[in-house]
Design a protein around this ligand. Structure first.
Ligand code: GSH
Length: 220
């Protein structure tokens, strides 16, 4: 079993964090053919995005589906809470991250250059990101993690996206408040950073992301 992708991607970081929390050894490999759109990779994953999991030559994409697969095949160390309501909460934090954050980051990526920046689009994206993190916070339990006192799927989804949002805001010098700056989300972040596995993956994700942002800036 191997995972295709780079740790610069928050979706790849989600799966890597989930796997490591479950004690699964999941080697990370470059996409075959050297690009996301190479014929070799598209044959495995026609969606042309990372991550994709390769299980003995059968590959499938979508980070949360991959986490589901890891849960199904490695149930001994659960990656979801036991209580059904808490499971729903953890999954919903991941779903909110996917459906309501990512699209607004695209607007920021398009406006990294201050000289050609669309201020209204940036302001709107900042507001939507704050809303999305607010929705995630609303769903969370007492914590300190998304649901209880151990990291689960929701944490694996929201934490790398938090790194990405903060990195984009800082690198673009956007005048956008930290969407994870509320007391509950600050306490959540402290818990995530205090977990050795989560902190390790986030450190690798941050450094891969910084390198990616640098290469993007050099192309502008
Ligand atoms: N819904 C997908 C999103 C994956 C995704 O958007 N990956 C990005 C990297 S962060 C990608 O591969 N983008 C390449 C492209 O869209 O062409 C998941 O959860 O895995």
């Amino acid at each position: 079993m191997k995972l295709y992708g780079s740790l610069a991607s928050p979706y790849v970081a989600r799966v890597v964090m989930y796997a490591r929390l479950k004690g699964i050894d999941l080697p990370l490999e470059e996409t075959p053919g050297g690009s996301l759109k190479s014929p070799e990779y598209l044959k495995l994953n026609p969606i042309g995005k990372v991550p994709a999991l390769d299980v003995d030559g059968v590959a499938f994409g979508e980070s949360t589906i991959i986490c589901d697969y890891l849960e199904d095949t490695h149930p001994a160390q659960p990656g979801l809470p036991a209580d059904p309501v808490d499971r729903a909460r953890s999954r919903l934090v991941a779903r909110i991250t996917d459906l309501y954050s990512a699209q607004h980051l695209v607007a920021l990526f398009r406006n990294m250059n201050p000289a050609s920046r669309d201020a209204a689009a940036v302001e709107a994206a900042g507001k939507e990101l704050a809303k999305a993190f607010g929705h995630a916070e609303h769903v969370m339990g007492p914590g300190p993690f998304c649901v209880a006192d151990v990291p689960t799927l929701g944490d694996c989804a929201l934490a790398p996206t938090t790194v990405l949002v903060r990195t984009v805001i800082a690198n673009g010098r956007f005048d956008i408040p930290d969407p994870a700056g509320t007391p509950r989300l600050k306490a959540w972040w402290q818990a995530v950073e205090g977990n050795a596995v989560c902190a390790g993956v986030l450190a690798e994700h941050t450094s891969a992301l910084q390198a990616f942002m640098k290469s993007m800036a050099a192309r502008r």
